[in-house]
Design a binder for this molecule. Sequence first.
Ligand code: ATP
Length: 516
Amino acid sequence: MANQEDDFKRVVSHAKEYGYVVQSSEIYDGLSAVYDYAQNGAELKRNIREYWWKAMVQLHGNIVGIDAAIFMHPTTWKASGHVDAFNDPLIDNKDSKKRYRADVLVEEHAAKIEAKIEKEVAKAAKRFGEAFDQQQFLDTNPRVQEYQQQADAIVKRLARSLEKEDLADVKALIEELEIACPVSGSRNWTEVKQFNLMFGTKLGASADSAMDLYLRPETAQGIFVNFLNVQKSGRMKIPFGIAQVGKAFRNEIVARQFIFRMREFEQMEMQFFIRPGQQKQWYEYWKEARLKWHLSLGIPAENYRFHDHEKLAHYADAAADIEFRFPFGFKELEGIHSRTDFDLGSHEKYSGKKLQYFDPELDEHYVPYVIETSIGLDRMFLAVFSNALQEETLEDGSTRIVLRLPAVLAPVKAAVLPLIKRDGLPEMAQQIVEDLKWDFIVQYDEKDAVGRRYRRQDAIGTPFCITVDHQTLEDQTVTLRRRDSMEQERVPMASLSARIHQEVDMKHWLLRMGAV
Ligand code: ATP
């Protein structure tokens, strides 16, 4: 556990030190669970956004993208269910005065029991060596089975009580499991209460005519209310999708995991409109397609897993998360939800406008069903960033910190470094920058010894360093150094653009979606 915490601290401090993520309004001591992206972070985020947009919109002839406003008519949130049902059950510890999500306290308790299983597996694997059959061990070891039953029973009971909105039972469960506050260590809890996560604000100047609004808690509703506009103006035929990237706001109760859970964040969502009855097949299709997108970035598959929901939201008939192994354990990164006709049907009811599609093949009008894919851009950032940050020991015994970002997402693609600051080398290096800057974000750096400059670029994840020396002046060749292998190669200046392109080009990476 201590190790996990240290790893996570390293991620947070590296993000700050190298211009990725900082606390919002830091000079005023920051704002809780609100963060700013600095120069490198803004580029990484932009690249992730573009990688998603290309995969979802550009590569699908039947998916288009929109950009809806953050403010929406307040009835939207009645229709979507957010006014009545977008609540988290919260509980306070009377001694520490800390507030927790009651469901999270229980889930974490269950996760601790599951962690014991992982420990047993690791122990057994060591004991049995090559002959170890993990599945057989999981199926037959009595201690493991008991842990699994305990964890399952807890998760089931929690799901049941939340479904029935039986908050007294959630409290009872916390008491029975003897869950203590991590800060005070006491079990002196308040009752469990529901807390709505939407931020309210007012539109209009005078107090009596002002209208109560909410900052949108998800981008999806901007898509649903535009369903007919897009379908008609784009003459879209079912099945088709509408995608959107944008800010969402939630007044999260527990917001302590850096950019994993923020109060202002960005979502990348796509709603796929289908014929009723075909939801099962499209749900499976999108689960698989989205996992392929993740794997195309070359992040090892063992860091991902599906988690099927026990407790379904009011709008869903099936739901799964793609979970990622964050530094603090497996947690939701993306959700894939089969939302039925709940949203469009509900907006029809509240708006009095028909939100239907005429299917020429069936010769019939219907309210389409929807499959949603929804991923947090900031969470994806954290997944990519935390996975990339590595400390390695080199052959000479020294260590280096390297950010092995997928080259396609790296903020700076190449750094151009004159070996020394005279003899025309800086001018030559500047000329290379001038050449490359039209295609890539490149940096010029002439300060310090070249080894230190390499380390600086390793730490921000730059895949290529280009070093200009005296030989360059004679034969127009440079040294091309690769971040991951640290290999150096002498190459003609004229070939640089093509070489970099080959490794950072989105097409080249996206094509892997077909291969994984
Ligand atoms: P959680 O259970 O972690 O609160 P959720 O199930 O409420 O998440 P959804 O409503 O399904 O999340 O939102 C879709 C995606 O948006 C999530 O998978 C996550 O990546 C992202 N997301 C949701 N809430 C936040 C937040 N507070 N900060 C950053 N990203 C978020």
